[in-house]
Design a protein around this ligand. Structure first.
Ligand code: MV4
Length: 447
């Protein structure tokens, strides 16, 4: 096993990785920007290296600075966390070329899944159903219209280099398609330096269901069930739960079996997630994430598997060592993302945390790097805490969630806690009857 791991991240996820390392007797190196000198991930680590200025481009995205920090501290391996460099295949390659282990999948798998057109073709080849669409990027209006006639309107234009929903455009008919194609290409070019866009049939009220997978790159792959991530606003997830209240046992078995078989065929190593849209009883592949995800703790709560420990073990070359039948998915878990934002208009709310009291008790887990006196920086993502609650049933989980939200005190900044409190009282949410558009309507009817 590794002796020393450099954690190329910040905030709650850097703490999460530090904790997994220390439980395994691995020493940690924190890297940080000048804005994060007082951050919790820096305070807990065994060694720290300042790698640059507050703006992430010069620090958490600064590949030479991170590799230098690994060299001077004598780290064996680098964990990228999530966001920042976690799905940058060039970074994974550079880490390996410099003689460190990259704690994640192979650079080839990261690169494959980063190209949404290639990823979709690969998914289809691996037997995963995909949304009907253009098999390749469309360049001209004539090409786009021909593809749309095959698919049927309405169609959605998506950036090939994109993901996460940025730059998507909807077209109801050929006229609208001709109008939005250049807009979509322009936005794709600006956001991803690649103007390739492709078309898909538009699904009007799907749920977002994703399957958590772990492979050892030696043929063994297991799943930890699905997560329902349909509660989103502007492609930012607000709350996730597992199991999905929308899936019957048969549908769950179908989608997890498909996902496991695909990653076996790929020879995938490390943790990964396959995302699906689910509508009218059918699943459609949309993307694969080749990283640890923000919402991974809910899968840990129902499975008992420490996903970060598994990433570390597998990166060190250990085999998985257990089978699907050794995993029992039990109970229900919900994660609330708590952002330093106004709960009404979502404007960022950086500043000093004047008071901090985290909830506790049976079935309650808090993943956060906050402490009393900490200054929430305006430079980074506004996620400041994740409240994860476990219950034997969804009912029990909701009771406990309401109680934990009521206990949580974060003073001095605005947070989205009041929004979550409103959500847990809503009859639609409580019944589990929501799709990806439900939250926007809920937010449109305050109080
Ligand atoms: C779609 C879709 C409807 N039809 N594809 C948004 C993020 C990206 N990963 C895929 N996304 C979507 N793709 C087809 N063919 C609707 C969305 C979508 C969405 C998906 C998951 C969760 C929230 C969403 C919010 C708006 C749109």
């Amino acid at each position: 096993m590794f002796e020393k791991v450099l954690i190329a991240n910040r905030g709650e996820i850097a703490l999460r990785i530090h904790r997994a390392c220390h439980e395994m007797g691995i020493r940690t190196v924190a890297v940080h920007s000048t804005a994060d000198a007082q951050a919790m991930h820096v305070r807990l680590a065994d060694e720290t290296v300042c790698i640059g200025p507050p703006a992430a481009r010069g620090s958490y995205l600064n590949i030479p600075a991170i590799l230098s920090a690994a060299t001077i501290t004598g780290a064996d391996a680098i964990h990228p966390g999530l966001g920042f460099l976690a799905e940058n295949a060039d970074f994974a390659e550079a880490v390996e070329e410099h003689g460190f282990v990259f704690i994640g999948p192979s650079p080839e798998h990261i690169r494959l899944m980063g190209d949404k057109v290639r990823a979709k073709a690969e998914a289809a080849r691996l037997g995963i159903p995909t949304v009907p669409g253009s098999p390749e990027a469309v360049r001209t209006i004539a090409e786009a219209e021909a593809a749309a006639r095959e698919i049927g309107y309405p169609v959605l234009l998506k950036a090939a280099a994109g993901g996460g929903g940025r730059g998507m455009k909807l077209a109801q008919d050929a006229d609208e398609l001709a109008r939005v194609l250049p807009l979509a290409q322009g936005e794709a070019k600006a956001a991803f330096a690649d103007d390739s866009v492709y078309l898909e049939r538009f699904l009007d009220r799907p749920r977002h269901i994703e399957v958590q997978l772990i492979g050892d790159g030696q043929g063994a792959v297991i799943h930890l069930g699905e997560r329902d991530c349909s509660l989103q606003r502007s492609h930012q997830k607000l709350l996730e739960e597992t199991p999905s209240p929308a899936l019957q046992v048969g549908a769950r078995e179908r989608v997890t079996a498909l996902a496991v078989a695909a990653l076996q065929e790929l020879g995938y190593r490390s943790a990964g997630t396959i995302e699906f849209l689910y509508q009218d009883g059918a699943f459609y592949f949309i993307e694969m994430n080749t990283r640890l995800q923000v919402e991974h703790p809910i899968s840990e709560m129902v499975s008992g598997v420490d996903i970060v420990r598994e990433q570390l073990r597998l990166a060190a070359g250990e085999p998985l060592g257990y089978r699907q039948s050794d995993i029992r998915l039990c109970g229900h878990a919900i994660e609330c993302r708590i952002n330093a934002e106004s709960p009404t208009d979502f404007r960022p709310s950086p500043g000093r945390v004047s008071e901090y009291l985290a909830p506790g008790g049976l079935g309650v887990r808090v993943e956060s790097a906050l402490y009393q006196g900490y200054e929430v920086s305006p430079f980074y993502d506004s996620l400041v805490a994740k409240l994860i609650v476990y219950g034997a049933s969804r009912e029990e989980c909701l009771m406990r969630l309401r109680r934990a939200l009521e206990e949580y005190v974060i003073g001095g900044i605005d947070t989205t806690i009041p929004l979550h409190q409103r959500l847990v009282e809503d009859p639609d949410f409580r019944s589990g009857a929501y799709d990806i558009h439900w939250l926007e309507r809920f937010l449109g009817h305050p109080g």
